[in-house]
Design a protein. Structure first.
Length: 183
């Protein structure tokens, strides 16, 4: 159920674009993101910072797209989001000496500090990559290609999350062993 909530705005955007155009698609994306955020809030009784940031950016860039009738705004939204994430994670770890991933997930996952650091660096690189690849598609391809990329480009985050899970899995197995088990 949760995965459907995460993906339904982009699926509706894709469908609306294919049936109508980028502007109807943008309006649908804005409405679907509002509904998505409401559903997440209803389920969790809180919103994570990423949900809030995504909502604000979708509404801001979507409004600019519709009011100015210029699709460049909605197409640049992912680049802005991913670049901001990459910069924030990099500054946090290398300037402030804080690991936001550990701060956010440390209560759910007990991992050695070295693993948290590697995960943070992986997220810095991944979000920078996603910002760059979106910018490339925006600059060098048609709006239709960009919309297709938005849908099929979900292979990148799925592959990244899978790789991340495989990387941390050996460290999680150590946590599952009973502490007072006899040899």
């Amino acid at each position: 159920m949760r995965i459907l909530i995460d993906f339904f705005p982009i699926l509706l955007f894709f469908g609306a674009f294919k049936l109508y155009d980028i502007y109807i698609g943008t309006g649908v994306l804005m409405a679907a993101t509002l509904v998505q955020t409401g559903l997440i809030y209803a389920m969790d009784r809180r919103l994570q910072a990423m949900h809030k940031i995504t909502l604000v950016l979708v509404l801001l860039f979507g409004t600019l797209t519709l009011v100015l009738h210029d699709d460049r705004f909605i197409k640049w939204k992912p680049t802005v989001l991913y670049a901001a994430m990459s910069i924030a994670l990099a500054v946090a770890v290398w300037v402030l000496h804080k690991n936001f991933l550990k701060m956010l997930l440390g209560s759910q996952l007990m991992l050695p500090d070295g693993i948290w650091h590697k995960l943070n660096v992986a997220w810095v690189l991944y979000t920078a990559f996603m910002a760059l690849i979106n910018a490339y598609v925006v600059l060098y391809h048609s709006t239709e290609t960009w919309v297709n990329f938005k849908l099929w480009g979900y292979a990148f985050p799925l592959a990244f999350i899978l790789a991340q899970g495989l990387y941390i899995a050996p460290h999680l197995k150590d946590q599952d062993a009973p502490k007072d088990a006899a040899p």
